[in-house]
Design a binder for this molecule. Structure first.
Ligand code: ADP
Ligand code: MG
Length: 558
């Protein structure tokens, strides 16, 4: 600490690069400060810093961090407190450019593991990663202002948000209790053969298309009696709501009655939500994947023959590549890739589907003979996918009754409330027979598909564009239709995972599933640092395997 102070005084008014010499570790009263990366000039990305509070000083009870899901809840809580503290001190130090900015990654409504706050599983050390705009006067060092940040402003924030005796303990206990309850729902989901649970009184709609905060004055969710299940949670006790069993579930209803809102809620509830979100007690199978049409995406050596055969250009659909897929081929590829990646629940909304991928009506079948039609629609495969591969589907289909034939249950949304109408729907369907005979095709999915990964350059640059995608050096990777990516931080982690895979396997054909499993297991066991040489990028959030596979699949070219 003294050394840093002396050094700061030595470099005052010097050229900005003099800051570079500050890189290193410094011992403060209750933590170690790391100046991990120093920005090159006042307008560049701000410098990366970290703070490590030893477990003995942080003093959090061991039972809060030994188990992964609790540790993630603890980290999330500490990070939110830390961020709030930094907000108050940001830009209090002055200068040009980004001088005085102090910030850490800002979690949204989900609770995710993030590189910005990590608690060590064994010792309980608390680590925060954040950025600071080193203050400048034009292009020269303003050391006094940095001294103000590091010696006056920052220490109380760290101490108030990273040390057990200083934090709001009952608040934290509530968050840990909620995490226990959420985990209990997840466990019981499996035991009961459910793919999703939506607690009564949950708030599903969001404030707006760009805000994931709850809508005010929304109609609270109430399960239909026939689908009610009551779970027993360790803290909340009995919790009743709608259980969606495995199999094929159809969501129908008039326009604007809340169908897509229910589906979007399920898409998002693969992650736990924070207290006050309205979706705290909603849990979806963690492998659930939204499947949609994605015209224009590239497909690399994918076997889409389950859905597409005999293309007019004679292309082989068992090893299909294109740089510009159509609506139906893209949705076929998205489906096959999701199942290859291990998804056990497909979430589909007719609003964002290619109609000809989903269904073909009888009249059309009569006019265009099967031999001339390359597409075997999803409706003909959905049952076999469940029966043979244990892949369930939840499908919003407000305009197509043919799905009544294949659905295990039908839920109607009416004025934002669900009713179960399976019996009526099945009865009505009997009067409209539908030819869905199987062609005997087995539901085979390759787990050993190989793709060629290009070699990564030594120095690579990643620029994240929100949840739309990222630029990797000069290559644009468009992931906007992987709709469950939560935020720019998950995007950053996806980019870094892709880079890791290329560094490791670049220039080779690799079995994609195995390569991705390897990195995910390592990431979960060892942490974010495996993705970074040297300093850990301070703004990464843990991605799921299905999105990592989705990212690589859109990047590689066949
Ligand atoms: P659908 O897919 O059936 O056409 P949406 O799910 O898109 O309908 O919902 C239509 C509108 O109703 C949206 O603006 C949504 O925010 C709003 N909405 C959905 N659920 C509720 C609710 N429980 N309470 C109030 N408004 C809701
Ligand atoms: Mg809709």
């Amino acid at each position: 600490m003294k050394r840093l102070q002396t050094e700061l005084r030595n470099i005052d008014h010097k050229g900005y690069p003099a800051y570079k010499g500050l890189k290193g570790q410094y011992r403060f009263a209750s933590y170690e400060l790391g100046i991990d990366h120093v920005q090159g000039d006042p307008f560049a990305s701000p410098s990366n810093l970290s703070v490590r509070i030893r477990g003995t000083a942080a003093g959090f009870p061991e039972e809060f961090y030994r188990e992964k899901y609790r540790r993630t809840a603890l980290e999330d809580f500490l990070l939110r407190g830390f961020c709030a503290g930094l907000d108050k001190i940001s830009f209090q130090a002055k200068g040009s450019g980004k001088s005085g900015l102090v910030a850490a990654s800002r979690p949204g409504q989900e609770i995710l593991e993030r590189s910005a706050c990590q608690v060590d599983e064994a010792r309980g050390d608390v680590l925060f990663r954040f950025v600071v705009g080193f203050p400048a006067n034009g292009r020269s060092v303003r050391a006094g202002e940095l001294e103000k940040i590091l010696f006056q402003l920052l220490p109380p924030v760290v101490e108030r948000s990273g040390i057990w005796k200083n934090i709001n303990q009952s608040r934290l206990q509530e968050r840990i209790d909620l995490a226990d309850d959420q985990e209990a729902i997840r466990v019981q989901l499996k035991e009961l053969g459910l793919v999703a649970f939506v607690a009564n009184q949950s708030i599903l709609p969001r404030e707006s298309g760009v805000s994931q905060r709850p809508m005010k004055n929304a109609v609270p969710f109430v399960s239909p009696k026939s689908m009610e299940v009551t779970l027993t949670l360790p803290h909340r006790g009995a919790c009743t709501g709608m259980g969606i069993p495995k199999g094929i579930t159809l969501i129908v209803g008039g326009g604007y009655h809340g169908k897509s809102t229910l589906l979007q809620t399920l898409e998002r509830s693969v992650y736990p939500h924070i207290a006050g979100d309205g979706r705290e007690y909603i849990v979806t199978d963690a492998t659930a994947m939204k499947i949609r049409a994605e015209d224009g995406r590239s497909v690399c050596k994918e076997d889409i023959s389950l859905f597409i055969q005999n293309l007019p250009n004679g292309k082989d659909t068992t090893c299909f590549s294109t740089l510009d897929a159509s609506g139906s081929t893209s949705q076929a590829a998205n489906t096959v890739e999701a199942i290859e990646a291990g998804s056990k629940l497909l979430l589909i909304d007719e609003d964002t589907s290619a109609t000809n991928f989903m269904i073909r009506d009888e009249l059309m079948e009569k006019v265009i003979s099967a031999g001339e039609e390359p597409i075997v629609p999803f409706i003909k495969r959905v049952k076999a996918l469940y029966q043979e591969k244990d892949v369930s589907t939840i499908l919003v289909a407000g305009s197509c009754g043919a799905f009544f034939h294949v659905a295990d249950r039908v839920v109607q949304m009416e004025r934002y409330l669900p009713k179960e109408i399976t019996a009526q729907a099945k009865q009505a369907a009997e009067e409209y027979p539908c030819e869905l005979a199987s062609d005997g095709r087995k539901m085979d999915f390759s787990e050993s598909r190989q793709v060629f990964l290009p070699r990564a350059q030594e120095r690579s640059k990643v620029k994240v564009m929100g949840t739309d995608g990222f630029l990797w050096n000069k290559t644009q990777v468009d992931l906007r239709y992987l709709e469950q990516i939560t935020d720019a931080e998950q995007m950053m982690a996806l980019a870094k995972v892709l880079e890791y895979l290329m560094k490791k396997n670049g220039g080779k054909n690799v079995v994609l599933n195995a390569a991705v499993d390897e990195v995910i297991i390592k990431l979960e066991k060892l942490g974010f640092h495996i993705l970074c040489q040297g300093n850990v990028v301070p703004n990464m959030a843990m991605p799921r395997k299905v999105e990592v596979m989705g990212c690589v699949n859109r990047f590689v070219k066949g």
